[in-house]
Design a protein around this ligand. Structure first.
Ligand SMILES: NC(=O)c1ccc[n+]([C@@H]2O[C@H](COP(=O)([O-])OP(=O)(O)OC[C@H]3O[C@@H](n4cnc5c(N)ncnc54)[C@H](OP(=O)(O)O)[C@@H]3O)[C@@H](O)[C@H]2O)c1
Length: 335
């Protein structure tokens, strides 16, 4: 197939693009060209790279025509956040035979009634990001139902892996949390530490997109959660992470106001964004329809990410931590 990937050099694309090339597809990778993929891979030499600012072209109204001109069999859209942006692409691709695979987010769901949450669970999103993605999902699936452009929507959880920061057991990106866990210092968690995070390794997200391409007839008109087998509680994650470093967990469970004061406004806001949703999603639909089998548990994905942080000089996570965290083959395709 000829496959265009929009937003191709990020977490997902760094795994997806080389894997599609190795599977024999012709890949066109679009991005603004401000960054390289997270991992070097010789497969990129066989990729057609296009420097495109999708936001700018959306504003000019030229992005849809550009995409239609590529005459791709499938477009994997990793950077679409609003219905207006999605509509331009839909209008341009309708009737061309191109298939559209859109990247959503589990934040299309708000707080859950039953867990794990299934794809037909309420769309009680809050915040611009989740509500925007929910509106895009609705637009694409309605379009498909009406017999227009054929599309599918994949909703990842917290995308994790080697090369970038990972949501820590306090539900934020504060590097001190890892340093404290590694050195056996006390770590503060909000409430009882029983709210949840649902990570997924970027390689598993990439694999889910490949499966949706391979089995598009089973994916079309549907949305799928793409997460690890099971969510983590903050407390369980913190305890496991302390054990990676050979430490007994020392956890302090604080009422929200005290947690907020100890974490500081920036990190507390990130924690709030995560725990006010406390995702715990089912992957049963992706498993049964697409054969999705995540290679990484949440703990394995996060541990690999932390090892990368340690190996790249994250303060407080230097040599001892690296050996404690074990070795991982971070070559894309090796899990
Ligand atoms: N990160 C998460 O934990 C998470 C969780 C759930 C869902 N998602 C969804 O995942 C998607 C993002 O995928 P990702 O995490 O793989 O991406 P990412 O790591 O954030 O990288 C973004 C990619 O898009 C390119 N890009 C950014 N702005 C662009 C623009 N205006 N025009 C063209 N290219 C642009 C970037 O390269 P340049 O900067 O060079 O353009 C890069 O290749 C989003 O739809 C997001 O909602 C992410």
């Amino acid at each position: 197939m000829r496959i265009a990937v929009v937003g191709a050099t990020g977490h997902i694309g760094s795994y997806l693009v080389p894997s599609l090339v190795r599977a024999g597809h012709e890949v066109v990778a679009l991005s603004r060209g401000t960054r390289d993929p997270y991992h070097p891979d010789p497969a990129w030499d066989r990729v057609e790279r296009l420097v495109v600012d999708r936001d700018a072209e959306d504003r000019e109204g030229t992005f849809g025509a550009r995409m239609a001109d590529l005459r791709a069999d499938a477009v994997v859209d990793l950077v679409c956040f609003t219905p207006d942006s999605a509509q331009q692409l839909v209008d341009a691709l309708r009737g061309t035979g191109t298939e559209l695979l859109h990247c959503g987010t589990i934040w299309v769901h708000g707080p859950a009634t039953e867990v794990p949450v299934h794809e037909d669970g309420a769309r009680d999103a809050f915040g611009d990001y989740g509500t925007g993605k929910a509106a895009v999902e609705r637009l694409l699936l309605d379009e498909t139902r009406r017999g227009g452009l054929r599309s599918t929507v994949l909703h990842p959880g917290h995308i994790s892996g080697p090369g970038w920061d990972v949501i820590n057991p306090a539900g934020n990106l504060d590097p001190q949390v890892w340093r404290r866990l590694a050195s056996g210092e006390e770590v503060a968690l909000p409430h009882f530490g029983l709210e949840t995070l649902h990570h997924v390794h970027a390689a598993d997200v990439a694999r889910a997109f490949e499966l949706a391409l391979e089995h598009f007839d089973r994916a079309v008109g549907e949305s799928f959660h793409v997460v690890s087998e099971a969510a983590l509680t903050l407390r369980g994650y913190a305890e496991a992470a302390a054990a990676w470093f050979g430490r007994e967990p020392r956890l302090a469970f604080l009422p929200w106001d005290e947690f907020e004061a100890s974490a500081g406004a920036e990190h507390a806001t990130a924690t709030w964004e995560h725990i006010s949703r406390s995702p715990s999603m089912s992957i049963e639909k992706a498993r049964s329809r697409l054969g999705y089998r995540p290679a990484y548990s949440s703990l394995r994905a996060t541990r690999e990410a932390v090892r990368w942080l340690a190996a790249h000089g994250r303060p407080g996570l230097e040599p001892d931590a690296i050996s404690a965290l074990g070795t991982f083959d971070t070559t894309p395709g090796h899990r």
